[in-house]
Design a binder for this molecule. Structure first.
Ligand code: NAP
Length: 260
């Protein structure tokens, strides 16, 4: 990675981006990259101390960022997230819907109903609600972009991530459906499907050598991704470089099996 230049001048200059679940992992890396590319970013997550720490890091690098607590399943938090972006930066152009929960491990039909509901509430319903609620703001700007973060398991379910996999497949459908509906409003809707990215969320895949060896067998590039490797893809998808791309999912998996 060290000889790859991940930074580009100011292709998102002036854009206002709201990123959910962005105080750590993939969300933070995406927020950082978009801010590096010139955007004003609003980071958010459930815990205030995490929001403060993420903001400290971003501002410490001279990036334009604000932050607010937002649990994506809470309507009042989502409203505050968007109103903060408008108050601080004057509007919203881009939503990155990144939050997910996976409170269980096991096959899909062994998932408890209450756990299923939780997974779908955070992973799918919140993405749908955030998109619905951000629309008036993006429309006011004359167009913009929405990006969902799905997963490789949305294409190829993992039997230890049963219900989670199905929720991620549903996001692929939400991407297509919303993209069709919003194309005439000049709003593009796309999706990123990461493989295994080294974050806290994926730690069971690398917490010991044998788990990591098993995971690596499925990755042709023979390594897990770094969170920042999702940032450039997000930046591309919400920039004018992707002006004719909508309803698309980009798999970022080091070659793991997904679709033809
Ligand atoms: P992570 O490193 O564990 O980060 C999770 C972030 O989400 C934290 O900032 C956390 O902060 C926040 N968060 C958790 N629940 C939230 C909620 N209900 N509302 C708002 N914020 C919440 O996770 P990650 O690996 O970056 O995962 C990010 C996305 O990538 C998820 O959609 C995941 O499904 C997807 N993904 C990850 C991988 C992977 O291998 N890591 C692979 C495929 C897809 P607080 O604790 O302060 O809320």
């Amino acid at each position: 990675m060290s000889n790859i230049n991940l930074s580009t001048a100011s292709k998102l200059k002036g854009k206002v981006v709201v990123v959910t679940a962005s105080t750590d992992g993939i969300g933070f890396a995406i927020a950082k990259r978009l801010a590096t590319d010139g955007a004003n970013v609003v980071v958010s997550s459930r815990k205030e101390k995490n929001v403060k720490e993420a903001l400290r890091k971003l501002k410490g690098e001279g990036l334009s960022a604000e932050g607010v607590v937002c649990h994506v399943a809470k309507a009042e938090d989502r409203a505050t997230l968007f109103s903060t972006a408008v108050e601080k930066f004057g509007g919203i152009d881009i939503l990155i819907s990144n939050a997910a929960a996976n409170p269980t491990a096991g096959p899909v039909l062994e998932c408890e109903e209450s756990v299923w509901d939780k997974i779908f509430e955070i992973n799918l319903k919140a993405a749908y609600l955030l998109s619905k609620e951000v629309l008036p703001y993006i429309k006011k700007r004359g167009g913009g972009s929405i990006i969902y973060v799905s997963s490789i398991v949305g294409f190829q379910p993992n039997n230890l991530l049963g219900a989670y996999s199905v929720s991620k497949t549903a996001l692929l459908g939400l991407t297509k459906a919303a993209a069709q509906d919003l194309a005439s409003d000049n709003i593009r809707v796309n999706c990123i499907a990461p493989g295994i990215v080294k974050t806290r969320f994926s730690s069971p895949f690398y917490e010991n050598k044998s788990a990591e060896d098993i995971a690596l067998q499925k990755i042709p590039m023979n390594r897990m991704a770094l969170p920042q490797e999702m940032g450039g893809v997000a930046s591309f998808l919400c920039s004018d470089d992707a002006s004719y791309i909508t309803g698309e999912t980009i798999v970022v998996s080091g070659g793991m099996a997904s679709r033809l």
